[in-house]
Ligand binder design. Structure first.
Ligand code: ADP
Length: 480
């Protein structure tokens, strides 16, 4: 239709003429129930699409099965009770697709972003919000997640943001490779574009479309990650529609049911046992753009009440070019404890303790900074000066990560752990030197220390970090 939609037009959401290769997985006489898989279709290079009995069917005995090439409207399986299964399903987007039960998620959605995997992890099946003022890095963070999160399927909803951001996604993604499979990332990604120049009614429904598609793949047994950029534009669309319907306005003109709608959306995320017995998950990550970066406005506040992971973007950090500008004092993740066993088994036994060490050092830095601002750094005792130095490496070498650097853009959990270990090595060796009477200036001045900042971009990180740890130990021990 060109750049703009005409009034009142209708178009199928999926190509009705295209044909697909259907391989049945059931035989005549088999019993099937709602969402049971009756066959598969190679949808893309990386995704095997499972054709399921629609969830609102009664199910029963299979009366006839087809095999071969069909379009999405042709019947591929017929049930004895007359129900017909096509490759296409319809589902009202505002309604949650049914599932057997919701489970406690225990595996992290690994994003390859150090501050997220390391300090504020989200579980597969978890919910997270990224609020931040304009220009603080919401979109870059969402894109990073869409690119690197270890989900089987990524649904990216561009809701009410500028068109060029969506164009960027469409141009970038086909060139990127999935680090797990080596196949193009695009083949596991579903984009829902709803830019700021499109109608508000479409914007209001696009979030639902996204979550319904996510649930559909969840039913097939996949781990799905849904990013919505931004839920504030969605809430604004609700406000606009609500006022045209002459409903009673609530806080700041938003409809009174804003909180309920937000909760309904995030509640559809989770790790589920599906009706067909398969396990699947939907992780929902919503960007929030509070006007002026004021977190007390209704959308941010109501989102905060629901989500369990909160990545607070900070304009000050962005201004200082500290990226990702996620504030480590304000952010939190309620999944940490339930994910710890996974980290112990898959990354390192002492991962949670090492992380706690990093958190403590960063906390202490926060307190010391207040004193430093009053009396200056030199007035501090030497051990506190050294703590500040260690904290600086935590911030600059570990928490900072350049999304636009070929190597640094993705950091596997083991690398995140090793980098932290190297900083701890520096910490331990430096405090030993201090105890032995070496002045703090000399400790700070060793050649090896600044190399910590290069760990993120090091291609062969294992060798780089081992060598660096040796250098740090040798150079510090030479001082006494
Ligand atoms: P928002 O969506 O919050 O308005 P953006 O995500 O567009 O902000 O980020 C603004 C700018 O900040 C980006 O163009 C980029 O230059 C910089 N930036 C944000 N995150 C990172 C990052 N992780 N690494 C490098 N640069 C970043």
């Amino acid at each position: 239709m060109g750049a703009f939609l005409d009034r009142g037009v209708d178009a199928p959401g999926i190509d009705l003429d295209k044909t697909w290769e259907f391989t049945p997985e059931v035989e005549e006489g088999d019993e099937v129930g709602p969402t049971d898989v009756v066959g598969t279709v190679p949808e893309t290079e990386s995704i095997e699409h499972k054709v399921m009995v629609p969830p609102d069917y009664e199910g029963g005995e299979v009366a006839a099965v087809e095999s071969g090439t069909f379009d999405v409207e042709e019947t591929v399986v017929e049930l004895a009770n007359g129900e017909e299964v096509q490759m296409r399903q319809e589902w009202p987007v505002r309604e949650q697709r049914p599932a057997e039960e919701k489970r406690t998620p225990r595996t992290p959605l690994v994003s390859g972003q150090r501050i997220l995997d390391g300090l504020f992890p989200i579980a597969k099946g978890g919910t997270a919000a990224i609020p931040g003022p304009f220009g603080s890095g919401k979109t870059v963070t969402q894109h990073q997640l869409a690119k690197w999160a270890d989900a089987d399927i990524v649904v990216y909803v561009g809701c009410g943001e500028r068109g060029n951001e969506m164009t960027e996604v469409i141009e970038d993604f086909p060139e990127l490779e999935d680090p797990k499979t080596g196949k193009p990332l695009m083949s596991r990604t579903c984009l829902i574009a709803n830019t700021s120049n499109m109608p508000v009614a479409a914007r209001e429904s696009c979030i639902y479309t996204g979550i319904t598609i996510a649930e559909f793949y969840r039913d097939m047994g996949y781990d799905v990650a849904l990013m919505a950029d931004s839920t504030s534009r969605w809430a604004e669309a609700m406000r606009e529609i609500s006022s045209r319907l002459e409903e009673m306005p609530g806080e700041e003109g938003y409809p009174a049911y804003l909180a309920a709608r937000l909760a309904e959306f995030y509640e559809r995320a989770g790790k589920f046992e599906n009706l067909n017995g398969r396990e699947g998950s939907v992780s929902a990550i919503g960007a929030v753009s509070p006007p002026g970066g004021d977190f007390s406005e209704p959308v941010t506040q109501n989102t905060l009440r629901i989500v369990k992971t909160f990545w607070a973007l900070d304009a000050d950090l962005a201004e200082r070019r500290h990226f990702p500008s996620i504030n480590w004092n304000e952010s939190y993740s309620l999944y940490r404890d339930q994910l710890d066993p996974w980290y112990r088994d898959n990354v390192a036994q002492d991962y949670p303790e090492l992380r706690q060490w990093a958190i403590d050092v960063l906390d202490e830095e926060g307190e010391l900074q207040e004193i430093v601002q009053l009396v200056g750094k030199d007035a501090l005792p030497e051990d506190q000066q050294l703590t500040l130095e260690v904290a600086r490496y935590l911030r600059e070498a570990w928490l900072q990560q350049n999304a636009f650097h070929d190597v640094d853009t993705y950091c596997e959990p083991t690398k995140t752990y090793r980098m932290l270990q190297a900083i701890e090595t520096f910490n331990d060796e430096a405090f030993d030197a201090l105890d032995a009477g070496v002045p703090v200036e000399e400790i700070q001045d060793i050649d090896a220390a600044p190399q910590l900042n290069r760990m993120g971009v090091a291609e062969d990180y294992e060798e780089f970090i081992s060598d660096l740890e040796d250098d740090i130990a040798t150079q510090l021990r030479e001082l006494y």
